[in-house]
Design a protein around this ligand. Structure first.
Ligand code: MN
Length: 372
């Protein structure tokens, strides 16, 4: 099959969709620049058998913003256009979403965000302000933009209250938290498996919303392993190391035995956990030091975690994740504006997947989880 002759510059199939579209399993192919009528009878999976196409209707949920007045120390070298993409919650963002076939973005404040505010009462006040700001922006495009709450995890009770407010009053989809929180002094790191967070987790479970555990840069004072190699510390590798360890801490603490309905979301195709989880369990049984968990880590990974494709546009890695946790636990995401929204689509829309799995990952699982 000629996979190139019918491809336009923007990657849309010019013909050949009709036959499949009539089956009812596959619906019509997106026209250039259009988006699907999401949530209606046209719940579309686009045929991919005839060449490159742009699947529409995707939901992306690791997509970041910053407040215009925010003083953000981005971990990349930001261009002026990157800054614009980061703060725009209007036409520019929607145009980019259209280019990537993304119908709905669930937005979150970029890292480290609230987690790096040392003063707890300042973090609590900022949380309210930032979440109100996001809610106001979302209200202008209710069919396209949704939100994750930023939470002042420095104070577990305040975090629970803010999440409750965001879900019940602002209609947010859950929370996205940028790793550990610094509390009081710069050289501090509080992780959420600690006992003082159990009442917080009870509220998360009761609200029935997921908690996205997103990376943040490590503290120089606690990161000797990266010394002399700053390029390893961040999104290239260190993010995955630190976030996967935080996730393992949650699992090993027995958190999911106490709150079995909790759902944690991990980005970047699971921060390496699917690849390593068999060895984790295999070694645990031989270790002198035991976990506080009742079940295997692989069971928690399969039942208490969702995994997104953010910033990992790589088919062998996605395949490995699906083999470990199943396509029902994987959701599409980009990591905008750190990643190119069109590059994400160019990869995902053509990745060799069963079409029903592609639909689940693109939006089916997210619609179910977030009741969209
Ligand atoms: Mn991200």
């Amino acid at each position: 099959m000629d996979r190139t002759s019918k491809i336009t510059r923007r990657g849309f199939v010019q013909s050949g969709a009709g036959a499949l579209a009539t089956t009812g399993i596959f619906a019509g192919i997106a026209e250039a620049g259009s988006i699907s009528t999401f949530g209606t009878t046209q719940e579309t999976a686009k045929p991919h058998s005839t060449g490159v196409s742009r699947m529409s209707g995707k939901i992306a949920l690791e997509e970041h913003f910053a407040l215009p007045e925010g003083d953000n120390a981005y971990h990349i070298a930001p261009t002026p256009d990157f800054r614009l993409q980061m703060v725009d919650l209007g036409e520019r963002r929607l145009a980019d979403m259209d280019r990537g076939g993304v119908e709905i973005c669930i937005l979150s404040h970029t890292a480290p965000g609230l987690q790096a505010i040392l003063d707890t009462s300042a973090a609590i006040a900022a949380a309210r302000r930032w979440n109100d700001y996001l809610a106001e922006k979302i209200a202008k495009y209710p069919k396209r933009l949704r939100g994750f709450a930023a939470l002042p995890m420095q104070d577990p009770q305040a975090a629970a209250q803010e999440l409750t407010r965001c879900v019940k009053e602002l209609g947010f989809c859950g929370a996205l938290v940028n790793g550990f929180s610094q509390v009081g002094v710069a050289d501090s790191a509080v992780f959420y498996d600690l006992p003082q967070y159990r009442p917080f987790w009870a509220v998360v479970e009761q609200l029935g919303v997921p908690f996205y555990l997103h990376p943040r840069p490590p503290l120089p004072s606690r990161a000797q392993v990266y010394e002399g190699h700053p390029w390893i510390t961040g999104s290239s590798w260190g993010f995955a190391v630190e976030t996967s360890i935080h996730a393992l801490r949650l699992m090993g603490s027995g958190l999911f035995d106490e709150y079995p309905k909790l759902q944690i979301i991990l980005g970047h195709l699971g921060e390496g956990l699917t690849f390593g989880i068999w060895r984790v369990d295999n070694r645990i049984v031989r270790l002198k030091e035991k976990t506080n968990a009742k079940r295997s880590m692989a069971e928690y990974l399969r039942e208490n975690f969702y995994i997104t494709t953010s910033g990992q546009f790589r088919t062998p890695s996605l395949t490995e994740v699906i083999l470990e946790v199943g396509a029902d636990r994987v959701m599409y995401s980009v990591d905008y504006p750190y990643e190119d929204i069109e590059a994400g689509a160019a990869w995902f829309d053509q990745a060799p997947l069963a079409e029903l799995d592609r639909i689940k990952i693109a939006y089916g699982n997210a619609r179910k989880l977030f009741r969209l």
